[in-house]
Design a binder for this molecule. Structure first.
Ligand code: X2X
Length: 333
């Protein structure tokens, strides 16, 4: 290596990022499953924008949506972040739950009846315990966002009681917990990625799926034969803004604080925005001819009762203390 080529290399580095610290990357990868048309993608957009602005262009992040950094396999996102293949992510608790068993907390059926219940968990001691669990696995969590309450759609019938699910093939993703929830209701759950979900609905390989209203709306799930939608609010998946801990350690304390505060602000903004859009989204879905079913308190209670076995199986895995902490937070909200 000549002195001249070293100088040339140094000059190139400086041209790429004149103000960056020596060990900073010119660009950091940010993984998401859903792109900018969805609240999830908008949460990531906001984070990137705030960081760029507040760091005056020193820290640049680039979003790779549709879980493309893990070839569409959203359940591999966490492992890829842990190993440093992905620098950062705005990810769903569902997709990370295969690696962080505590994240199954949010998938326990009917644990969280409303938005206040979600906040009581994420903003309290249970939320801190969940963040500790993520941290122990080599990823640094910074803030919460929201994918939303997941409602059940299908192509066959209006579902208002557990027996209506008998024999229905339902697409699920993430954790074996979902196999248990839908099996105990008499359905046939099939695990597949989001990339495969719409084609499977189109061909009728599956009869139904569950996702937040915003996802049903923006992805036009009504156009793939999903005529019935039951607003059963059986669970909600928060989003987590996070950085691979290997990457996190390379930032100065000031920039760590900057990244974290930007994530908190972006998450708050996205949670408020997505909640405020729910009524309009529901109206749009109805206008498209989808039959929407709301449960009576009795029907709701029947679903709660029918899924109790999921708690028996999963409470010991998630941690009895954490489940109790979350239930107390919900009760005292
Ligand atoms: O795959 C899904 O259903 C989605 C997009 O909601 C998640 O990534 C959890």
């Amino acid at each position: 290596i000549t002195r001249r080529s070293l100088l040339a290399a140094a000059a190139t580095c400086m041209m790429l990022s004149p103000l960056a610290q020596a060990d900073y990357k010119a660009e950091y990868t940010v993984s998401t499953v859903l792109p900018s048309a969805f609240p999830w993608g908008q949460a990531a957009d906001k984070w990137v924008e705030l960081v760029k602005e507040r760091s005056e262009g020193r820290i640049n992040m680039k979003i790779y949506s549709s879980a493309q950094l893990v070839s569409g396999d959203q359940t591999k996102e966490f492992s890829a972040m842990r190993s440093g293949l992905i620098d950062m992510a705005v990810g769903s608790t569902i997709n990370w739950s295969p690696q962080v068993v505590e994240l199954n907390l949010f998938s326990l059926p009917f644990l969280m009846p409303d938005h206040k219940a979600i906040d009581a968990i994420t903003q309290g001691d249970a939320g801190k315990a969940v963040f500790d669990a993520i941290e122990k696995k080599g990823v640094t969590p910074l803030a919460w966002g929201e994918n939303g309450f997941r409602e059940l759609s299908n192509s066959k019938l209006a579902i208002s009681q557990p027996s209506d699910l008998q024999g229905l093939k339902i697409r699920v993703v993430g954790s074996p917990l979902f196999q248990d929830t839908f099996s105990t209701l008499g359905a046939n759950p099939t695990q597949m990625s989001w990339t495969d979900a719409k084609p499977a609905l189109t061909t009728g390989a599956v009869d139904g799926q569950e996702n937040p209203l915003s996802v049903f709306d923006v992805a036009r799930i009504d156009q793939v034969g999903q005529k019935y939608l039951t607003r059963w609010h059986y669970m909600a998946d928060p989003l987590v803004f996070a950085v691979s801990t290997r990457v996190w350690r390379t930032f100065s304390p000031e920039d760590q604080a900057l990244l974290k505060q930007a994530a908190i602000d972006a998450g708050k903004w996205e949670i408020e925005k997505s909640r405020s859009e729910l009524d309009a989204t529901l109206a749009t879905i109805r206008e498209r001819g989808v039959e929407v079913t709301d449960l009576t308190p009795e029907q709701h209670a029947a679903f709660v009762e029918a899924t109790q076995s999921v708690y028996d199986t999963w409470t010991p895995k998630i941690g009895a203390d954490l489940v109790k902490q979350a239930q107390d937070a919900v009760a005292n909200r």
